[in-house]
Design a protein around this ligand. Structure first.
Ligand code: MEV
Length: 436
């Protein structure tokens, strides 16, 4: 087998596929499957071709709808893109549960993003600190052209600070820049501004004289966004906590729910899983809207550690009268820019939600996360998680076993309400086949 990867990016899509087929001895069926989710002559396909390097095909992930989630009194349909069977059903169940209990309330408290120019300067720290106010002005001016359009949209650079990090690393400083990016996530805008600022620093005479020099290390936005915050909560009288489960309701439900949330606050093993449940909903909305889910996940998990210990991200307050469940997340996401205008499905998903602006999209993502999290905890403390998962799990197994419609119905009846494992379902299908 020849492994000769040089020049792969210069090949066109068909040549790349041929290359893979030859070098990995794929069958004709496997070769053709590269085309299964492509429309080779469509305009959309051309967009996908150009979206990433070395493109060979599309990888489908299911998209579902949470049909009715009430956020700040507005009824919304929310598209979820996720490969996990139970995520849409759980969010939809929690969303429905809360409709009759006041729905979700959400607020965006700030949308500031930051980035840093990391550099070294081998002079006296007092000198750079003293002249920085004047340098700041020059830096602002140097970005005027780049920020013009963003300023017209209500954004731009709002703050430029010098951070002295020499106690942690000799000669190390940061120019820490705060940005408002309106409805865009703004990564390209922020990085362009930072690189422009970095190009100015080595030419400032007050910093570059004799053997004193600015040494630029790198310029990049920070995906840690503790100043880009959305808060979301659900609240109702404790006595209205009925109907999730027949046995556990009212104060008993609230008290056990609180214990589960307390455990996520004190134990990292539980906290990570608890937060993963939140991200089930958040991530599904980010995927559906073409947002950068990796950046958001990195920020969210760092935020979960902001007090020096990784904790669950949601908090619960239970009094004799009221139950309140709240979530605070740093979500630096956008409703314009990125792939939102070119991705054909993102245009549809935004239309389904009536084209939310960035702030509203933050609220929708947070409410979806809280819905998934509430459903997970409510199920965990009552019926357990498997009961709800079994239906979708069975469906996936039956699809894997390529079961016909009649046997599928028989299997659904046979396993209704009981535990499902791949082996048991396979045995049952074999038994049916034997009888036929
Ligand atoms: C599964 O995707 C998510 C849960 O594990 C979340 C949780 O345990 O809270 C059910």
């Amino acid at each position: 087998m020849t492994i000769q990867f040089a020049g792969f990016s210069k090949l066109d899509r068909l040549q790349r596929i041929n290359y893979i087929v030859e070098n990995r001895s794929l069958s004709t069926d496997e070769r053709e499957s590269f085309d299964d989710y492509c429309a080779p002559d469509s305009a959309q396909q051309v967009l996908f071709n150009d979206m990433i390097e070395n493109y060979i095909g599309n990888f489908p992930v299911p998209m579902g709808i949470v049909p009715h989630i009430l956020i700040n009194g507005e009824s919304l349909m929310v598209p979820f893109v996720t490969e996990e069977s139970s995520v849409v059903a759980s969010a939809a169940k929690a969303a429905k549960y809360w409709i009759t209990r006041g729905g979700f309330k959400a607020v965006v408290t700030s949308m500031t993003k930051k980035g840093q120019v990391h550099f070294t300067w081998n002079g006296d720290s007092d000198i750079i600190s003293n002249i920085f106010p004047e340098i700041r002005q020059r830096i602002f001016q140097s970005t005027n052209k780049l920020t013009r359009k963003m300023r017209q949209r209500g954004g731009g650079i709002t703050e430029i600070q010098l951070l002295n990090k020499t106690a942690e690393l000799p000669d190390y400083y940061q120019i820490d820049v705060s940005f408002e990016t309106a409805d865009a996530m703004g990564a390209n805008f922020i990085n362009s501004c930072l690189e422009s600022i970095a190009s100015v620093l080595p030419n400032i005479p007050e910093l570059n004289f004799g053997n004193h020099q600015v040494g630029i290390i790198m310029s990049i936005l920070s995906n840690y966004t503790p100043d880009c915050i959305v808060r979301c909560y659900v609240e109702c009288p404790v006595k209205n906590l009925t109907d999730w489960n027949k046995e556990l309701k009212g104060y008993a439900f609230a008290a056990k729910f609180k214990l589960a949330v307390d455990i996520a606050n004190l134990d990292i093993s539980r906290a990570v899983t608890h937060n993963k449940g939140i991200m089930n909903g958040v991530d599904a909305v980010l995927m559906a809207t073409g947002n950068d889910s990796r950046a958001t996940a990195a920020s969210v998990h760092a935020y979960a550690s902001r007090e020096g210990r990784y904790k669950g991200l949601s908090t619960v307050r239970v009094t004799d009268e009221m139950f309140r469940y709240e979530l605070e997340l740093p979500l630096a996401i956008g409703s314009v820019g990125g792939i939102s205008k070119i991705h054909p499905v993102v245009q549809q998903t935004m239309a389904i939600m009536n084209y939310p602006d960035a702030g509203k999209l933050m609220m929708i993502a947070a409410a979806s996360g809280l819905a998934n999290n509430f459903a997970a905890i409510a199920s965990l403390i009552t019926s357990g998680i498997q009961a709800g998962h079994m239906k979708m799990h069975l469906s996936n197994i039956l699809n894997q076993l390529q079961v016909n419609r009649l046997d599928r119905e028989r299997a659904i009846n046979r396993f209704n309400g009981s535990h499902v494992s791949y082996a048991e379902v396979e045995d049952y299908i074999c038994q049916l086949k034997g009888e036929q």
